[in-house]
Ligand binder design. Structure first.
Ligand code: GDP
Ligand code: IMO
Ligand code: MG
Length: 423
């Protein structure tokens, strides 16, 4: 990597961002999560061990890497402590963590409301992770949110919590849910704040200092571009923007620093939760890919929906997230298929289009225009160079590059940190 690299999910999340971030974290001085919260589930596998991180940045395994949770995140302090305790119990105890005092706090009423809003939607669920992410961001923008730094000033926190509960308890009452008790939340969150106090700081100052002194900084996106609140398949999205353009505001740095943006995408597509998915497969191939790729949610355990690689969506990601290259993940999963397909355009009401329509009704009517190419039988999980790959596998990668106008600079052939081919 150069000095600054952004790793961005280019599909519907779960593309393998954790693996790529962990790989580069070996040489990064700083790893930064800049949006989302514990709705993310980033899997890292090394030395035969597997970890699933939710809020913590994926540089946490490298003792010399500074891990930053920046101001654009929504942080559940109780869940974060649980995550850190689990790492310590697993012998991962030499980490460096820095939590932005400006990051939004996820409160107990946020998760309650997340579940309640979903059940109110009847048949039109978003299928959220129910971690309170949407309601926490909503409160931030409604300016009644609480920030991590507030937990360190008990008097101010009490006042903010009291004000927030005025509104939140009214909402809970209207939804027929039990109200939240001030003292219970105050005590729990003060205790969590006390434990996290050593890590809470101004991470914008830290990041700017690091960048100015030439440190290698890695920005780790959560979710993916198609789940972006601005550019995704609204309303079937998360409540933050995982694009590279959101990094400056969400981390408190200048936009000029973000020039190398690595889009992480699977060699096929998956989606967990509801919403349109043009290349979705509902047949035997979906079953084959789901089982080979262990496509079950890291956070919720839900089976992931599976579809062919969607170059229309990837081009959308390239444009809106500023991708300049790509990591093609889970490539090993496709071995053994007679043929593989790539979606190169959508057919909407009898016309071919090469962009992602903004409305759900149009996107739901889009049929994928697929090109088919011969598959390969070989097990590629132990391959370490591009030249070793079967000819048909190379042809597939070339097709992806042509259809997306992106260089595939990394190919991942297994979950382990070392199962990676650099080009
Ligand atoms: P993230 O949210 O983008 O970090 O991705 P997840 O961790 O939620 O999901 C990716 C899944 O694929 C995890 O179970 C990884 O261990 C696994 N994985 C990552 N890269 C590869 C790969 O190249 N091949 C295979 N078979 N699995 C991979
Ligand atoms: P990582 O970082 C995949 C999906 C949920 C739901 C929608 C909204 O592991 O790639 P939310 O709880 O955020 O309000 O849910 O977004 N979603 C993800 N899907 N990977 C993720 O994160 C996701 N985070 C949220 O399934 O459809
Ligand atoms: Mg995930």
């Amino acid at each position: 990597m150069g000095n600054i690299l952004a790793v961005v999910g280019a599909q519907w999340g779960d593309e393998g961002k954790g693996k790529i971030t962990d790989y580069f974290a070996q040489e990064a001085d700083v790893v930064v999560r800049y949006q989302g919260g514990n709705n993310a589930g980033h899997t890292i596998v090394f030395d035969g061990r597997k970890f699933a991180l939710q809020s913590t940045p994926s540089g946490i395994f490298n003792p010399s890497t500074k891990n930053v949770m920046a101001n654009g995140m929504v942080i559940n302090p109780v869940a974060l402590l649980g995550e850190l305790d689990k790492l310590v119990a697993a012998g991962i105890d030499k980490w460096q963590l820095f939590i932005s005092n400006r990051a939004a706090v996820v409160m107990p009423y946020h998760s309650m409301l997340d579940g309640a809003y979903e059940s109110l939607k009847g048949g039109k669920l978003i299928g959220t992770t129910k971690k309170g992410i949407g309601p926490a961001y909503a409160d931030k923008y409604n300016r009644i949110g609480i920030r991590m730094g507030d937990l360190l000033d008990k008097e101010y926190f009490a006042q903010r919590l009291e004000d927030a509960l005025q509104v939140k308890n009214m909402e809970l009452r209207m939804l027929g849910l039990p109200e939240c008790d001030f003292q219970t939340i105050y005590d729990e969150y003060c205790a969590a704040g006390d434990r996290l106090a050593p890590y809470i700081c101004d991470t914008s100052v830290l990041l700017n200092d690091e960048i100015e002194k030439g440190s290698r900084v890695l920005f780790e996106g959560a979710q993916g571009v198609m789940l972006c609140i601005e550019n995704g398949t609204f309303p079937y999205v998360t409540s933050s923007s995982p694009t590279a353009s959101s990094i400056p505001v969400n981390a408190g740095i200048a936009p000029r620093y973000i020039t190398d943006v690595l889009g992480v995408g699977k060699a096929y597509c998956t989606r967990v939760g509801e919403g349109p998915f043009p290349t979705e497969l509902l047949d035997e191939t979906a079953h084959y890919i789901r089982e080979r790729g262990h496509e079950y949610g890291t956070v919720t355990g839900r089976p992931r929906r599976v579809g062919w690689f969607d170059a229309v969506a990837m081009n959308h990601a390239r444009r809106v997230a500023g991708l300049n290259r790509m990591a093609l993940m889970l490539f090993d999963v496709l071995s053994g298929l007679e043929s593989v397909k790539i979606c190169v355009a959508y057919e909407l009401d009898g016309k071919q289009i090469d962009y992602v329509p903004s409305t759900i009704s149009e996107l739901s009517r889009c049929k994928p225009v697929l090109i088919e190419t011969p598959g390969w039988k070989e097990d590629i999980t132990a391959m370490t160079s591009y030249d070793e790959l079967p000819e048909n596998a190379k042809k597939y990668i070339e097709l992806v590059e042509k259809a997306t106008k992106l260089d595939v600079s990394i190919i991942s052939v297994g979950p382990d940190r070392n199962q990676i081919i650099l080009r």
